[in-house]
Design a protein around this ligand. Sequence first.
Ligand SMILES: Cc1cc2nc3c(=O)[nH]c(=O)nc-3n(C[C@H](O)[C@H](O)[C@H](O)COP(=O)(O)OP(=O)(O)OC[C@H]3O[C@@H](n4cnc5c(N)ncnc54)[C@H](O)[C@@H]3O)c2cc1C
Length: 601
Amino acid sequence: METQQEKEILRGGQFLVKETKCEDVFTPEDFNEEQKMMRDSVIEFNDREIIPHRDRFEAKDYALTEEVMHKAGDMGFLGVSVPEAYGGLGMGFVSTMIVCEYISSGTGSFSTAFGAHTGIGTMPITLYGTEEQKQKYVPKLATGEWFGAYALTEPEAGSDANSGKTTATLSADGKSYKINGQKMWISNAGFCNLFIVFARIENDKNITGFIVEKDLNNGISLGEEEHKLGIHASSTRQVFFSDTVVPVENMLAGRGEGFKIAMNALNIGRIKLAAACLDSQRRITTIALQYANERKQFNTRISDFGAIKSKLAEMATNCYAGESASYRAAKNIEDRIAMRQAAGNSHQEAELKGVEEYAIECSILKVAVSEDVQHCADEGIQIFGGMGFSKDTPMEAAWRDARIARIYEGTNEINRMLSVGMLVKKAMKGHVDLLGPAQAVADELMGIPSFDTPDYSELFAEEKEMIAKLKKVFLMVAGSAVQKYGPELDNHQQLLLAASDILIEIYMAESTLLRTEKNVKRFGEKSQEIQIAMAKLYLYNAVSIVEKNGKESIISFAEGDEQRMLLMGLRRFVKYTNYPDIVDLRNAIAEKIKAENKYCF
Ligand SMILES: Cc1cc2nc3c(=O)[nH]c(=O)nc-3n(C[C@H](O)[C@H](O)[C@H](O)COP(=O)(O)OP(=O)(O)OC[C@H]3O[C@@H](n4cnc5c(N)ncnc54)[C@H](O)[C@@H]3O)c2cc1C
């Protein structure tokens, strides 16, 4: 049941239909002293324990990953979000994101080990465990005495995670289950102490979760380490269960609840994965920039060439946008958890519902930031030229490491479709009113457009109107598509993907603008000149993506007069009155970071 207080804060997905004031978004500039201290101590740890050993991680030194994980445990980093009652630091969701972000940029190997352990390896127990299970396992996991792994994927069950063939059979005395099956791609399998295993009991529709201690004398065996494109020192193995005996008290939540556990653990994993990509993106941008400032061709620093300036500006802008959206969503989650707790929910229940509420934003962030970091690494290689192709520069490994983020925690195709699917479901349940606003857009299309000259004298006046218009594009496209296909919409994947790209760009562009507006109000416009340029540049790019995807969608499902009317609406909604000078914006951004010789926002 929703409390009165909850009704007053923006629900997941509502960003699309409700205006958010800049004062209501949380930004990295809002970190409090405790969060800044945590960030600085993680940066120091990363600089000391991870970055100097990049070569060893690349050389598949799995023992090093395990050793550094223990050190992270000693520092308390593995238990940031774990309640104090179970040996953690009991800090809020924003702090969890900060740790995840700054510990992840040294190498994707450590980032994956850290994410798999603290996220999907530990969270299922903190979120769904009984008191006994939590007392028994969580303190060990929170301190790094034990490590966790998450065993969902099977050779025949990847994206279709609920189709796994691993079985759990109750013993005749009813005291234990025997698990049989094969799991694949299990991160941390080599050094973990327990697995969260998903298996099917009899012919249940849904799988069930179990906590399985890694006892190699109990029918558990491991495959060899996988030979991977990147994240070389992240242990990834197959895990085989052969009559593995698990006491009944190790079942997580109830029978058949496993799919729900798996999905909710992934929601949290997704937003944390976005955080994990952010500092890498920043680091790549800085390293590429420093190289460009040093490297000369044609007697000119390559950072003085327009072609390179354009890349650097776009890289920095995408970092800034990723930060803006990630911390906006993280604080929404933190606030929702706090509200639920204040309303009497247990920490466990509050956290579950808090994250579930923003599952759409978690999927959006996972897709957007995982693609940005890879694009950033790709441009980083390009800026390094031939040297970018060499293992002797950090770009090569950064590019390979970034690639996995688009695959795990639900592929980006699956997350794209989920984001739109969840939004439509929320609308059907009445949690987000899409129908009313979609109808209003349809009415607007039938009406005569206003010919008033708009007043854009205030900062961001036109940009805010553009964001409002992009939202109309989504409502127009998704509204018409739902009307046309109804429940069959799921079968029109290319349409869903296009709609999702529109949704993603709206959230990212709006978050970037709101962060900047908030900072202009408190720090002054002069101090935010470049951030303003980045917000404008991001929006301009977003408008192009929305236009392309909107057009493609409309052409695919509408014909004749309807098609003409929708295309006319699209043109109206993506049209600037005053186009920003993109080249000027990029140059200004590039000159600033060139002068600072680092990503400096
Ligand atoms: C390095 C690494 C670490 C991993 N760690 C873990 C771990 O710790 N625990 C764990 O359980 N799993 C883990 N995974 C597994 C990972 O989550 C899966 O690889 C991922 O979910 C995709 O499943 P799949 O590989 O079977 O691909 P598939 O599901 O076969 O997908 C192949 C392609 O088809 C697309 N596709 C699939 N279904 C649909 C659909 N319905 N509509 C449209 N397109 C579709 C996908 O998007 C993808 O492009 C890891 C994987 C890797 C590579």
